[in-house]
Each structure stands twice: as C-alpha cells, then as structure tokens.
Ligand binder design. Structure first.
Ligand SMILES: [Zn+2]
Length: 361
C-alpha cells in the first residue's frame, strides 16, 4: 500500500495513541539530511525573487518526481535563488535546526553542499561561518547537538575539490572551534568515483573527520563496496540496495558499517515501490546498524517524526524496536559517553512507560 502524504506533513496512518506520543517524544538522531533540501517553504516564498507568485505549498508535492534531473531542477528553480548571502544561509540554518528541535531531534549531522553555495559566488569561509552562526544560535536556543558535514558532489570532479575541502577542514569559528566534522560524497553515483575524491577522502581521513558517502541508491552492492573499500567510509548515506547481496550484508555487519536509510526519498525517486516493501525492515532484521532519515524533507514532503510513523504503520515496528533504532543511532553520534548514557536512559524510560493499547482518534 502506497502512503498518501497530505499537505500537513502527516501520513494518513493511524497509530495507537501511546505510540504516537512515544514517537513524538523520543530523542531522535538524524544522519542523512541535506541542509538545502530542508528549507522552510514559507521562507522560500518570502525571499525568492518570484515569491509572490509561488503557491501555498511546493508545487512538486502534487506531481511525481520521476527522474534525478527533476529532483535537481527543484533545487535550481526554487532553492538556489533563496541563497547567495551569508544572512540567508544563517537564517535557513537556524530555521532548519529549529524545525528539527521541535521533533525532539537531539543530534544531527547536517550536510552542506560546498559546491551549491560557492556556485552563488560566496567563498567557502563566508558560507561556513554563516552556517556556524546559525548552528551556534540554534544550539543555544534548543536541546540539539549539530555536526557539520561538508558535501562534495560527484558531478563537480573537475572543480577545485581538494582546495575546497582543505579550506573547509581548516576553518575555525570565532570561538576557535572546528566547523566541519565530516565529509560526504553525493550526487548521482552512476557518475562513478573520479580519482580526485579518493585523494579528498584520504585528506579527510588524515584530518580525523567522519567519512560518509552516498551509495547503494541508484547503483547496487558493487557501488557500496567501492566506497567502503576505496574511500574507507564507515557511514553509508542510503545503502538501501545492500539488500541485494547477502555477502555484502555480512560484510557490513562484520565491519560495523552504518546505513543511513531514507524510505520516503527512495519511494519518491522510484528506488523502492512502497514504504511497505522498502528494505528498512529486512536490513534491521538482518542485524545491520540502520538509522532512519529524511534526506530532503522539503522535497519529499516529510520529516523525521513522519518517517517513524510510516515504518511503524507499514512495517509493523513496535515501540521497543523503535527505541532500539534510536539507541543505535545515538551510539554512532560524535558526543561524549556521558551524553550518550543520558539519552539512552531517557529512551529506555520512555519505552518502558509506553503501553500502546488504544487507537488515537
Ligand atoms: Zn542524500
């Protein structure tokens, strides 16, 4: 059954009232989230040059995104014109993080496309200092810990990838804090793995930051093995097609690799036919370390709370399993052991106090 998403960002599913409460209140962590795909539509309308003529809701919510080109065109037409100054980046960052905090997302690895913003004429330093100001304000106002991931696109291999990454990694905030905590490779993986990214990931590894790469979305297991073996990543953005190889699943479990899965994104882009048949449940049952994510919540008309509701409704996850997914996610977080213990205790308490019986009205 294919879930219908309505305009209020809630799926037309009905869960037990206690389960709804648990999903809303449980501390969550998100690992696969693109900053540029999470802007508020109201803000886009407010600052887009054609904002006055834009509809009340994103027009693509009612049409099908059938190709990766369609997906990229949304960014070109609607998102790109609402960036281009440090003030706008800072504003978007604060708003995106505030929207996560409202859902009790307590930890996020936020991926920022270096190419996307530098393409608007900004220097890397201006972009990341604006990101940092938005992050600092949100961390001060909300109970959320934010790690910044520098995103590199496979499509931009001819550009100064090494220079961009080097400058991003070496940048410090005015408080003397490292701004970038990791690197992620994205874009259409059918473009292959140009040599420059091997060099870039070796640089990131030497700098001791987190290594992530998109794979196993448009290509199969061989693409996942490629980034595991050549880029040395421990964190796969997507990886949903690992399900096609039992040998790869064994390898992923053996090496402690994390798969940061995005069910709604996969359904919207045709990687999976429905939430019900998405391999999230199968990979979880097989013993893989899976996390639940939104990828681009504005594009796919979802948020993290909604993703939890969807897998509960369509893949029969119970509260203890949901708690386990949350704890697995926090176990991978770049936070202190003390913070980890506190959040896991909180998750356990909420699960123990939850007795889903009645259906919500
Ligand atoms: Zn992604």
């Amino acid at each position: 059954m294919k879930p219908e998403l309505n305009r209020n960002n809630q799926s037309a599913v009905q869960l037990a009232k206690e389960t709804e409460t648990f999903i809303r209140e449980v501390p969550k962590a998100e690992y696969h989230l693109h900053f540029e795909g999470a802007f508020r539509w109201q803000t886009i309308k407010a600052v887009h040059p054609q904002g006055r003529s834009l509809p009340e809701f994103p027009p693509w919510w009612r049409t099908k995104i059938s190709t990766f080109r369609d997906f990229e065109k949304i960014f070109t037409d609607y998102i790109l014109p609402t960036t281009g100054t440090p003030e706008l980046i800072e504003r978007h960052m604060y708003e995106v993080l505030s929207d996560l905090a409202v859902q009790n997302v307590r930890y996020v690895e936020m991926s920022i496309s270096l190419h996307f913003h530098s393409g608007r004429g900004l220097e890397i330093e201006e972009i990341l200092q604006a990101v940092q100001r938005g992050r600092t304000a949100a961390e001060s106002d909300h109970d959320i810990t934010v790690r910044i991931i520098a995103g590199l696109s496979r499509r931009r291999s001819e550009e100064k990838v090494i220079d961009l990454l080097q400058r991003a990694i070496s940048l410090r905030s005015i408080e003397g804090r490292n701004i970038v905590d990791g690197v992620d490779l994205y874009g259409d993986e059918r473009l292959g793995l140009p040599e420059v990214f091997v060099e870039a990931f070796a640089l990131a590894k030497r700098a001791g930051i987190r290594l992530k790469a998109h794979s196993g979305e448009f290509c199969g297991p061989e693409s996942i093995l490629q980034v595991m073996n050549i880029l040395n990543v421990q964190n796969i953005s997507h990886g949903v097609r690992a399900w096609e190889s039992s040998d790869l699943i064994k390898e992923i479990i053996c090496r402690g690799i994390y798969l940061h899965l995005c069910p709604s994104s996969n359904v919207c882009l045709g990687i999976s036919s429905s939430i019900a048949t998405h391999p999230f449940r199968a990979l979880f049952n097989a013993g893989c370390q899976v996390t639940l994510n939104t990828d681009d919540p504005l594009i796919f008309n979802t948020n993290l709370t909604n993703e939890f509701r969807l897998i509960t409704a369509f893949q029969s996850f119970n509260v203890n399993e949901l708690a386990s997914i949350c704890k697995t996610a926090f176990n991978n977080a770049l936070i202190s052991n003390k913070s980890l213990d506190a959040v896991c205790n909180n998750i356990n308490e909420l699960a123990e106090n939850c007795h889903p019986l009645a259906l919500s009205g």
